[in-house]
Design a protein around this ligand. Structure first.
Ligand SMILES: CC(C)(COP(=O)(O)OP(=O)(O)OC[C@H]1O[C@@H](n2cnc3c(N)ncnc32)[C@H](O)[C@@H]1OP(=O)(O)O)[C@@H](O)C(=O)NCCC(=O)NCCS
Length: 464
């Protein structure tokens, strides 16, 4: 009883009325994610304390001048709880590979892909949730999905020529207007409590992304009319619905897989690291994630999914359908000789085919085995690694996640490439905000590594 009183008092502090009504009606059915976190956080604080006491002075090895000039590759300097990336094996979310997530996380009735709600629970707690817990999360996100009128108007006023990612970042920045964390901070909340409002903002952020993304999509590529969120549907079904694909169950399944596999890729990638860095200044989750989105919008990171499809379609327009291996190889070489990268290939950490690519390839083999564009992507997969190896520069000649996503989206009719990175951005929020919540729960400090000038480095080492 007293636990319930505490829960309700906590909810009353930070939730809008509609979410409060929803939460109290659900409270008796399943333990909420916030309640589970409340139990886990004190234990994890002790765990981190003991790790630091035991291993705090252990070294990860030396830090070279080359690493400083080389984009800090291999430099070990971040804590990231949700996932760890192995160069050979790929990503594990809290210890689970993508195929393990596909097997263990709850699915929708009749579906076989994991519900991203379950992945979010896993990223935050390290535990596989029950279907009931996931359903509560779906309903809670649907209940929080509405965006303020002024944010709708802000999106509506953007010219269609403004890239969807820029519109996305603007809208997410503006959502900070209602940040519970920013409000609590200015009211002088104790730092021990930071995670609670960070959690509320994070839940709001994830919940509102389909409405933001859907509005941008309908404004730029449609008639600007957006249907309402369905309170009884899961997150991916609602996202698909807002984009106009809600009736296509296969597309909805694709969204479930897509959001799950794009959610998190440990902490050092540009979007994740940016979100964490900006959050370390105690910027709220909306400001932190908007910054992350601006990094995701770069062509060497998230924008690569848009670039891949452009590149493949340009190839097809130049060499036609059913091109020979020789023609495809020649096109790849011409890209390299033109001083451009082959988009969708290579990775800063991975040294094998990205399991996120494989998961999408398996989805395609199951649902669209005869699609000509999928066949071309398969042909490219057969040829590009050898070419990149012969070219001799890329450390990883294998495909990454972006090499496949555009083909799947195009197959179902979503051919608006400029929008692809927005979908990536909806998904990546799951990983970035999970870490932000833990950053605040663990009291992570302001991030501030040391830098040097070239002149200083010379002075340090010359003649030594
Ligand atoms: C992802 C990426 C940015 C990683 O960069 P990185 O860690 O610096 O990669 P490497 O250490 O292997 O790079 C060494 C060289 O190979 C080149 N290289 C790497 N991947 C390449 C690719 N797909 N095509 C052509 N050249 C490539 C790099 O540009 C670099 O050239 P440089 O020495 O002239 O600067 C890079 O592989 C790339 O640009 N890929 C294409 C874009 C892409 O798919 N991005 C999404 C990543 S998930």
């Amino acid at each position: 009883m007293s636990m319930l009183v505490t829960r309700n008092a906590l909810r009353a502090q930070v939730r809008p009325a509609f979410a409060r009504t929803f939460a109290s009606s659900q409270a008796s059915q399943a333990q909420s994610l916030k309640e589970r976190l409340e139990e886990l956080i004190p234990k994890e604080i002790e765990n981190v304390k003991s790790v630091r006491e035991k291993y705090g002075s252990k070294s990860f090895g030396e830090n070279t001048v080359d690493q400083m000039y080389g984009g800090m590759r291999g430099l070990k300097g971040l804590i990231w709880e949700g996932s760890v990336l192995d160069a050979e094996e790929g990503i594990r979310f809290r210890g689970l590979t993508i195929p393990e997530c596909q097997k263990q996380l709850p699915t929708a009735p009749g579906g076989s892909e994991p519900l991203p709600e379950g992945l979010f629970w896993l990223l935050l707690t390290g535990e596989v949730p029950t279907k009931e817990q996931v359903d509560v999360l779906s309903q809670e996100w649907a209940a929080r999905a509405e965006i303020p009128k002024f944010v709708e108007e802000l999106i509506d006023r953007c010219p269609n020529t403004l890239h969807p990612m820029s519109q996305f970042s603007l809208a997410v920045t503006a959502l900070n207007h209602d940040s519970a964390f920013a409000k609590a901070y200015s009211n002088g909340v104790h730092k021990r409590e930071y995670w609670k409002t960070t959690f509320e903002d994070s839940m709001d952020l994830i919940a509102k992304l389909p409405n933001v993304a859907g509005r941008i999509f309908r404004n730029v590529f449609g008639d600007g009319k957006l249907p309402a969120i369905d309170q009884n549907k899961d997150y991916s079904a609602n996202l698909a619905h807002l984009l106009g694909y809600g009736d296509n169950e296969k597309f909805v399944e694709l969204m479930r897989l897509y959001i799950t596999i794009h959610s998190d890729h440990e902490g050092g990638n540009v979007s994740a690291h940016t979100g964490h860095l900006v959050g370390s200044a105690l910027s709220d989750p909306f400001l932190s994630y908007a910054a992350a989105l601006n990094g995701l919008a770069g062509p060497l990171h998230g924008l690569a999914n848009q670039e891949v499809l452009r590149w493949v379609q340009k190839m097809r327009s130049q060499i036609g359908e059913n091109a020979s291996d020789e023609q495809v190889s020649e096109y790849v070489w011409s890209t390299l000789k033109g001083g451009q990268v082959v988009p969708g290939y290579g990775h800063a950490v991975l040294r094998k085919t990205d399991p996120r690519y494989t998961a999408q390839r398996e989805f395609a083999l199951k649902h669209l085995p005869d699609d000509p564009l999928f066949k071309l992507v398969g042909q490219i997969y057969k040829l590009v690694p050898d070419i990149l190896l012969k070219a001799g520069k890329a450390k990883n000649p294998w495909p990454n996640v972006d090499a496949h996503s555009g083909v799947l989206l195009t197959y179902y009719g979503l051919h608006q490439q400029d929008f692809y990175t927005v979908l990536f951005g909806v998904s990546r929020a799951f990983g970035v905000v999970s870490q932000l919540i833990w950053d605040r729960a663990l009291g992570m400090p302001l991030e501030r590594p040391k830098s040097f000038s070239t002149a200083h480095i010379k002075k340090m080492f010359e003649g030594k």
